[in-house]
Design a protein around this ligand. Structure first.
Ligand SMILES: NC(=O)c1ccc[n+]([C@@H]2O[C@H](COP(=O)([O-])OP(=O)(O)OC[C@H]3O[C@@H](n4cnc5c(N)ncnc54)[C@H](OP(=O)(O)O)[C@@H]3O)[C@@H](O)[C@H]2O)c1
Length: 313
């Protein structure tokens, strides 16, 4: 099969022939139709601790091509989407277990397209986990740092859907996009001082902070905006939980694969939100599989709005 393969340390990944993965009795073989691009994909590549060679990517949409003899939840020909951490997603075929929290898979409803489904798993489940970890509900004031990226574009919509008031940051050229997604108060991180602007508008502090971009010192600085008794979450391990606890703020470092949302139920929740018109997928562009390495360069440069998707066939 064709796949974007990393063969040696420092290899950025390129289109090569690669053996089609074999599947065990509890696994399904999926013919991939689309693969979603995530920062995790280049982070895994650049970390350099995976056994070589390996196929890049993890989020996929496709069609069940074969199923192990103990598989009961999926049939050949069904459209499915999910996260393939072991066998990768930038490939014509991948393999996932039928029931696994770290590599969840679910059916795609007829009215959801392949590109949308491929864009959903990692960013959508992370946004869903953040909503629950931050107890986002009607009336919550939430600040999302990185509001127009993959996770942010879903988190803003989910928070609005739950009745929260959403403040969002992005670069100034993304202001209209941020408002389109549901940001009510926009702050351009490259133009405004986030602390000054949000602090002036919310002198009693905000209820919740979702930080998708800052390192630990940066997150501590913006934490000044969170009220006593508030909540904070980082997706990049920047929350110094003890430091926050001393300020009576419950902070969490979200590791999506270890959250309850990383499951078949979590994936079903995401497509239900789409079907009900309560969530839409912002796709910046769709590219052929052969463009995999270029797509990762764009993701690493931080220039993608919403999600980028590779079309496999
Ligand atoms: N722990 C987990 O389980 C988990 C799960 C998913 C993601 N993550 C991590 O979470 C992070 C976000 O993921 P993602 O998929 O949303 O990434 P993404 O699609 O690359 O989006 C990041 C966004 O951040 C914005 N940005 C960059 N610098 C900023 C700043 N100083 N202030 C505000 N916004 C800024 C960019 O928007 P502009 O274009 O406006 O600059 C970009 O759209 C990544 O590091 C990812 O690896 C972790």
């Amino acid at each position: 099969m064709k796949a974007i393969v990393v063969e040696h340390r420092g290899d950025l990944g390129s289109l090569r022939e690669f053996p089609q993965p074999s599947f065990a009795s509890h696994e399904i073989l999926v013919r991939v139709t689309a693969a979603g691009v995530n920062p995790m994909d280049w982070k895994v590549r650049d970390r350099g601790d995976r056994a070589l060679p390996f196929v890049l990517g993890q989020d996929f949409a496709g069609v069940v091509s074969a199923a192990g003899d103990r598989v009961s939840k999926f049939r050949v020909g069904e459209r499915v989407f999910g996260i393939a951490r072991n066998h990768g997603a930038y490939a014509e075929y991948t393999v996932v277990p039928e029931d696994d929290h770290v590599q969840p898979v679910a059916k795609i409803p007829d009215d959801v397209g392949d590109a949308d489904a491929a864009a959903l798993p990692t960013a959508g489940l992370t946004a869903l986990a953040a909503m629950n970890a931050l107890a986002i509900a009607k009336g919550t004031t939430l600040l999302v740092l990185g509001a127009t990226g993959g996770v942010g574009s879903f988190a803003v919509q989910m928070a609005r859907d739950r009745g929260a008031f959403v403040i969002g940051t992005a670069r100034d050229s993304n202001e209209i996009l941020a408002h389109d997604l549901g940001v009510e108060e926009f702050v351009a991180y490259n133009r405004d001082n986030v602390n000054e602007k949000v602090g002036a508008a919310h002198p009693d502090g905000i209820d919740a902070l979702l930080d998708l971009v800052d390192d630990a010192p940066g997150m501590n600085q913006v934490a000044e905006l969170v009220r006593d008794g508030g909540r904070a979450a980082s997706t990049i391990g920047s929350a110094d939980v003890d430091w926050f606890a001393q300020r009576n703020i419950v902070a969490v470092n979200l590791a999506m694969p270890r959250t309850p949302e990383s499951s078949q139920t979590g994936l079903r929740n995401l497509v239900e939100l789409i079907e009900q018109g309560r969530l839409r997928v912002l796709i910046s562009s769709e590219r052929p599989l052969a463009d995999g390495a270029n797509a990762l360069a764009e993701s690493k440069a931080g220039t993608i709005d919403g999600k980028l998707v590779l079309t496999v066939r």
